[in-house]
Write a protein of this length. Sequence first.
Length: 190
Amino acid sequence: MGLLLDLFWSFVKIGLFTFGGGYAMIPLIERICVDRKEWISHDEMTDVTVIAESTPGPIAVNCATYVGLKKKGLPGAAAATLGVIFPSFCILLLISFFFDRFLEITWVASAFRGIRIAVGILIVDAAFRMLKKTPKKPASIGILLCAFAAMLLIDLFSLHISTIVLMLMAAAVGLIVCLVKWQTEKGAEK
């Protein structure tokens, strides 16, 4: 029961003190789950982040569910998931009662502008942390540069490409890389 409460309260703190969604929560999840509690390793955190991005649902919820499942099975997954969504649920419920008047308060509007900047910084921080831990192989660097160039061109030319199409293209690239790697390893064994 102690570990379930620890999972719940750890993820309540993550959910309560992180604004901006899943990408902004990744550094805090890593700090608590990897560095402090040692529930998962750095490599597992990288894998969890990648898997959480490609599965339906918010990244933070998917990460919490994985960590909870790994540490305490289904009850752990439920405790961690409830913990990470509980603060947002309570805050949104409270805001919904006063929404019209809430945004008219000057300091609240200013706080939201400041939070937007902080969220951007947290997302960039998460990207750099993941980049540092990514193996520096030519294929990885090539894929990174191609993805960056594609994002830049899409943004510069205001192209409207479906997210589903982009995900399918990324999946195809991933499959091709895996097949080439598999063929190379198979050829090396002979």
